[in-house]
Design a protein around this ligand. Structure first.
Ligand code: BGC
Length: 957
């Protein structure tokens, strides 16, 4: 049975829109470069005038050939949608702003870091033997559905370089059978447990390798979570760059420890789903995230820096524009920040169709285009492939840029040991992303006849990874409220005898027999099964993952009710199930509810990637409310349970913060658990916490506010386009999530870092040890530890790019070959972006993989004794927040997270925890110095405790 890929279906529609609105053919490469890749100082005159009119005329022209009625409806809708500010459009009507992203050329070559030197040496030997076509093949995807994985590049057969197989995503192996559905990133972030972050990455990579995948398309550290309603925040680890950075880096290390390449994504500032891509939202262009230099460094690029330092093989650039230049063609971002300043040695791949120009992206530092198709899905027309061969032959893409692209990809393959078959078997994927059938074709995206071969071998790669899933899910469950109720016992009664008396008094009835527990809410049950909706894009049954490319096919999902049924002692507990959000519990005669002594209510909130929508959730959530009537359900149950005196436990599964104001303070809501997105072991992990087998140790990776407005103007998704290139100004700067709440002294419902447990911990004896003297700037940038490979720069003969004789080409499949080289001249006068000929000075913050090594040196350490004062063993998360000394002219957040650990303590046990702060941790990004600067006057203040607002110990340095 062929899988009906919703993504494909939708994207085919998108493709049509895209064609209409963009109006570029892939062969109009120069136009695309000029028009779409608006780098800094380029004159506005390079772009067509009144592009909105031109687009609209094309729109009309095309539609007049089809249905006028549909057209009228679309226009009306468009007008209505934009009515809020129709003419907010005015502001950007003529031209979106230019010159906001400075040029940074030429693209720095890989091969400067000692840590990669051996791999670059091997890569250079291989690349020097490749023909032009082979080199281009390695850089370009073969097209959507032109391989078994979601992304496949071309091989260089004669030199022994294989096709690389790329597969989503952060939660497990997408579109595959017999794999593990891990907890989402946000749940991992909530564990604050470095070992589990690493372990999840490692287990994921074992499954990838055993399924034949070279490159995992994760972890995700962008979006960072600027907007709590952002659709994909759950793929990442929480709304703080430090937490994201640690979790991202640990995941990268875990993945790469198994010889699988990790991809850190999405670089950068893809903070919302609305307008992330041209076409998808009926607009000719993607949104532009407009960010100042300091904010970019201190928030959004920060976690990518950790991943680079951890040796990540690949970076995926995002769909959106940054400062009005597409992220995958933004030379400042890719050449300047990523490759020069952060010293990234691997390769940059585009998000799927995030490449918007051919030559421009090559010059700006893109190394691999995915899935290979260019401006439109699945049409076989690439912006690279044959066009890159042509561009090299006509001199518009310098030969050494192509060599660098390929060398980076091949070096990454060597770096991960994938050349060693004892570590990484050379096998194509043993599953197909596109069908569950055993037999099928290798390139289903092509209409050409092909042989049927075995494409699904149904290899079980799950091993015992469910153990990690359960641990992450349990440790990532955050206990937000507990008024002496949790943990409960499996027999129910022991601890709750007193309750029976209360309920009896309220109902005037004598309760006999078993302890009566009611379980409420669709979120407690299996619904129609975990894989009911494609890409998990609907909210039904219990919620264990968000939707989109980050989701997987669940091999199974233990729902909460399944676990509770098994785990409550049925000889002592009578369980009533209301697995709906609208139970009939309103009638006076509802004696069942009257008699309940304990009610466990489940509710949730879902979101996902913007290519699919569910009800009013278009990727991004429209608000922070519980969905499907969850709030009403909780209020209703609380008022009826035991006639209003029964104890209520609320369990929330959610993609991010939800508002709890309607019920969190109700007197009989005695406990609240935020179980995030737990993955396949949901019910078991929840039971571990409810019954006290696991002492909860999760902490919030974001702030739970009392209203969406409390997150400030920067926390609001832009739901209506405010121009043909929607402009989103990150004018709140550094102040997102808790930094905003702290700055404006807004009381959150639950602060960032908050989480309760079943014991108590105390902190003592905070000691500060200076490791190195303060100094404003890092040591000077070291000279490169290695030399990038050098190759001849002469343009290769045209014959290297021609289709080999008797080659049977599949239709729409993307090859590097040209049918004819006639008319290809070395052009001269190619309109390179302004600033292309001005070589940029190397950044003082750069010099090695991860940047200037001094930024990673330890300048100050702190130790603190943590004691378990309670009666049960459990894990504690000591957190360290830093306050910068005041400095004239520089604004600092009230406090920022700069350290955390997780330690397991038996009752009465004390352990000393050490925090080591690096120069980067202690610095701010100085836009004038263009470097990280430490404040040398005054004193740094450190606070250590259990959350961002519970810091009992302080010290200075
Ligand atoms: C997503 C990426 C994903 C890619 C391949 C894109 O739509 O943004 O995160 O890796 O598709 O599926």
């Amino acid at each position: 049975m062929a899988r009906d890929q919703s993504k494909q279906g939708l994207l085919r529609d998108t493709k049509r829109l895209s064609e209409d609105s963009i109006g570029h053919d892939s062969d109009s490469d120069i136009e695309a470069t000029d028009y779409l890749d608006r780098d800094a100082t380029k004159s506005p005159n390079h772009a067509p005038k009144n592009r909105h009119q031109w687009w609209f005329i094309r729109f009309l022209g095309r539609r007049s050939r089809c249905c006028i009625g549909v057209l009228a409806a679309i226009i009306t809708l468009w007008i209505i949608l934009s009515a809020g500010g129709a003419f907010v459009y005015k502001k950007y009507q003529e031209e979106p702003p230019y010159g906001q992203s400075p040029p940074w050329y030429p693209s720095p070559k890989g091969g400067i870091a000692k840590s990669w030197a051996a791999s670059y040496e091997k890569a250079a030997k291989m690349v020097s033997k490749m023909t032009l076509a082979e080199k281009v093949n390695v850089t370009t995807g073969t097209g959507w559905e032109m391989g078994l994985a979601v992304g496949t590049n071309g091989p260089a057969v004669n030199v022994g370089f294989p096709q690389l197989q790329l597969q989503d995503g952060p939660l497990g192996i997408r579109f595959a059978d017999k794999i593990t559905a891990f907890p989402a990133g946000i749940t991992v972030g909530a564990t604050w447990n470095r070992q589990l972050m690493y372990a999840r990455g490692k287990a994921h990579a074992i499954e990838a390798r055993e399924k034949g995948i070279n490159v995992v398309l994760g972890p995700c550290v962008g979006p960072l979570g600027r907007m709590p309603a952002g659709g994909r925040n759950w793929e990442g680890f929480g709304s703080d760059p430090y937490l994201q950075g640690v979790a991202g880096a640990e995941t990268v290390k875990g993945i790469q420890s198994e010889n699988v390449m990790a991809t850190i994504k999405h670089f950068v500032a893809n903070e919302q789903e609305h307008f992330r891509q041209p076409g998808e939202w009926g607009l000719p262009h993607a949104i532009s995230s407009n960010i100042d230099d300091r904010t970019l460094h201190e928030l959004y690029a920060w976690p990518f820096g950790d991943a680079v330092k951890a040796g990540v093989a690949s970076v995926m650039c995002s769909y959106n524009m940054v400062n009005n230049s597409y992220a995958c063609g933004n030379s400042k971002l890719l050449n300047g920040i990523l490759k020069d300043e952060l010293g990234f040695q691997g390769f940059v791949m585009s998000d799927w169709l995030a490449q918007r120009s051919g030559v421009g992206t090559a010059l700006a530092g893109l190394d691999m285009t995915m899935p290979g198709d260019g401006l439109r899905w699945a049409n076989g027309e690439s912006l690279w492939g044959p066009e890159l061969s042509r561009a090299v032959l006509n001199g518009s893409v310098p030969v050494d840029r192509l060599n660098d692209m390929v060398t980076r990809i091949v070096a990454a393959w060597y770096q991960l040991g994938q050349d060693d078959e004892t570590k990484f078997p050379r096998q194509p994927p043993n599953f197909s992303s596109w069908t569950d059938d055993r037999m099928g074709v290798l390139a289903p995206g092509s209409p050409s006849p092909q042989d049927q071969v075995v494409i699904n071998q149904f290899v079980d790669v799950q091993a015992n990874h469910s153990v990690i899933v359960r641990e992450v899910a349990a440790e990532g469950t955050v206990l937000l409220k507990n008024e002496g109720l949790l943990p409960i016992t499996r027999g129910g009664l022991e601890k709750l005898k007193m309750k029976r008396g209360l309920v009896e008094r309220a109902t005037g009835k004598r309760l006999t027999g078993k302890f009566k527990v009611g379980v409420f809410g669709e979120d407690a049950g299996p619904g129609n099964g975990p894989n009911h909706c494609k890409d998990r894009a609907c909210n039904q049954g219990t919620l264990a993952s968000g939707w989109g490319s980050g989701a997987v096919e669940f091999p199974y999902l233990v729902s909460p009710i399944e676990a509770l049924r098994k785990q409550f002692d049925s000889s002592k507990v009578e369980l009533s199930e209301y697995l709906t959000n609208t139970p009939s519990i309103t009638g006076k005669d509802n004696t069942v509810l009257d008699d309940l002594e304990l009610c466990i209510v489940f509710a949730n909130a879902d979101a996902g990637e913007g290519f699919v929508k569910w009800e009013d959730v278009s990727g991004d959530r429209p608000n922070l409310n519980l969905q499907s009537g969850g709030d009403d359900l909780i209020v209703n149950v609380a008022s009826k349970c035991g006639s209003g005196t029964g104890d209520v436990i609320v369990v929330i599964h959610a993609v991010g913060p939800v508002l709890m104001e309607k019920w969190v303070e109700l007197p009989n809501v005695k406990a609240v658990l935020l179980a995030n997105l737990p993955g396949q072991e949901s019910g078991n992990a929840l039971a571990d916490v409810l019954f006290g087998d696991t002492n909860p140790s999760g902490h919030l990776p974001f702030t739970i506010g009392k209203s969406l407005a409390d997150y400030g103007p920067g926390g609001q998704v832009l739901y209506l386009p405010n121009g043909l290139v929607p402009q989103q100004d990150f004018s709140e700067g550094l102040y997102i999530d808790y930094r905003y709440f702290d700055k404006h002294d807004i009381a959150p419902r639950f602060e960032f870092g908050f989480g309760l447990c079943y014991t108590t911990f105390s902190f003592n004896n905070l000691q500060v040890t200076s490791q190195k003297a303060k100094s404003a700037l890092p040591e000077s940038r070291p000279s490169p530890a290695a030399e990038p490979p050098s190759y001849p720069t002469t343009i290769p003969p045209k014959s290297e790019a021609l289709f080999p004789a008797n080659f049977r080409a599949l239709e729409k499949y993307i090859y590097p070959y040209l049918s004819s080289a006639d008319g290809i001249e070395t052009a001269g006068g190619y309109p390179y972006p302004d600033g292309y000929d001005t070589a940029q000075p190397p950044s003082g913050a750069g010099g090695d993989e991860g940047g200037n090594p001094d930024l990673w040196a330890n300048y100050v350490s702190l130790t603190v004794d943590v004691k378990n004062d309670g009666g049960v063993a459990g894990a504690v998360v000591p957190q360290l927040y830093l306050e910068y000394p005041a400095k004239e002219g520089v604004d600092f957040p009230v406090r920022v997270l700069r350290g955390f650990d997780k330690v397991y303590l038996n009752p009465g046990e004390t352990r000393t925890v050490t925090f080591s702060l690096t120069r980067r941790d202690l610095s701010y990004w100085d836009v004038v110095e263009q470097n990280w600067v430490m404040v040398t006057e005054g004193q740094y203040k450190f606070g250590v405790g259990l959350s961002s607002r519970d810091l009992p110990l302080t010290a200075t340095w």
